[in-house]
Design a protein around this ligand. Sequence first.
Ligand SMILES: Nc1ncnc2c1ncn2[C@@H]1O[C@H](COP(=O)(O)OP(=O)(O)OP(=O)(O)O)[C@@H](O)[C@H]1O
Ligand SMILES: [Mg+2]
Length: 274
Amino acid sequence: MGSLLKSRDNLVVLKIGGSVITKKEDDTPEINRPNLNRIADEIGKVMSNRPEIKLIIIHGAGPFGHLYAKRYDLQLGLQSDRQIKGIGVTHRWMEWLNHEVVKTLQKNGVKAMPFQPSAGGIMSDGKLVQFPLNVVEKFLDLGLVIVSHGDVLLDNRTGIGILSGDHLAPYLAYNLRANRLILGTDVDGVFTADPKKDPNAKLVKDITPNTLEGLKIGGSNSTDVTGGMARKISELVGLADKGVASEIINIAKPGRLYKALMGDRMQGTLIHKA
Ligand SMILES: Nc1ncnc2c1ncn2[C@@H]1O[C@H](COP(=O)(O)OP(=O)(O)OP(=O)(O)O)[C@@H](O)[C@H]1O
Ligand SMILES: [Mg+2]
């Protein structure tokens, strides 16, 4: 078994946006199979070309999580008995998506290992305060690729809450001292305004905590209980402040994820400290 510190030099945390691997725009819990197959193929190729990489994958929910979380108002915290059933239902849909992601990765030669946040994680006001990091580390050290996801978690203050993949990915990158944090989504990066609504929006290649002003960063065009692009940026700028840089890239476009994981950091938006 390799030393843990050594492995962290090559540790990459990758968020796979639900917008890419599901039919998020349709608001039906359906997988986008061509995208999932291609992404798993790109990851498989990277892992055989660069076996030294330790990889944690966090996938978003798309409609699998957002639709059911909203149906049971889970994002509001625990307020009524009606929500209790929704905790298990929402989690089950996320597990189903996770199963499909893990299965597709395994078919492409990736030693993928599912990792369920709600079984060991606890939040306080939507922020993780407990997570079995030591278990994640030990699985990584065995050479497994952790595949975790957004989920419904216990919350010390609100009873229950939604753990966003956009919170979990930076949390893990920071606490496990990852070398890189890559957020893959369905747009080329951060634009001056939502590119799906404004045809004149321009890609911003570089963001620091001081250059945020003037950018019109919105939520998501689809059902998204965790805040879309605006949430990502607030998480990532906070992380940049703590010295951890991150990248937002378009993994709906073939080849971009492969290139990024092989070392290219210039394809989308880089968020870093000034
Ligand atoms: N200024 C902006 N620049 C880029 N995208 C923006 C901006 N403002 C809003 N958006 C929207 O944010 C969306 C990406 O966030 P969203 O949460 O929907 O995707 P995701 O994180 O990939 O999916 P999931 O949350 O299911 O994992 C884009 O599709 C885009 O429409
Ligand atoms: Mg989102």
